[in-house]
Design a protein around this ligand. Structure first.
Ligand code: SF4
Length: 113
């Protein structure tokens, strides 16, 4: 059985998780809530991450993020898509990329012009 130790990043408590994996099951210990169990299982199957970045506009750079986590392996590709943008102006909450790289996540502005 393979055992992986990791820190849950789903809240500031940072529980120390032990994820045990064999061919039949994945179990998680050390978590204080169900979110930690879900996080631990995802980390050894398909790790996901929110992406926060900034978009270039004519008035400077504006903060943005994904509307949901994307596969960790795609984080840098998503950031490259964001870097390509050159916008005149943006509004808080505006979607500037829909379904970025077919991840199902949109890129949304998190700051006002
Ligand atoms: S397991 Fe639950 S309580 Fe612990 S860090 Fe993760 S989200 Fe927070």
């Amino acid at each position: 059985m393979e055992k992986i130790e990791l820190t849950c990043i789903m809240c500031p408590l940072g529980c120390q998780l032990v994820v045990s994996k064999d061919k039949n099951a994945i179990t998680v210990t050390g978590n204080n809530c169900q979110r930690g169990e879900i996080f631990g299982k995802e980390e050894v199957t398909c790790p996901m991450r929110m992406v926060t970045s900034s978009v270039k506009t004519s008035k400077g750079v504006k903060a943005c993020r994904t509307t949901k986590p994307v596969p960790k392996s795609m984080v840098f590709d998503v950031m490259k898509e964001i870097e390509k943008l050159r916008l005149k102006s943006v509004k808080f909450g505006e979607v500037v990329i829909k379904n970025v790289l077919n991840t199902g996540a949109d890129i949304v502005i998190t700051a006002n012009d």
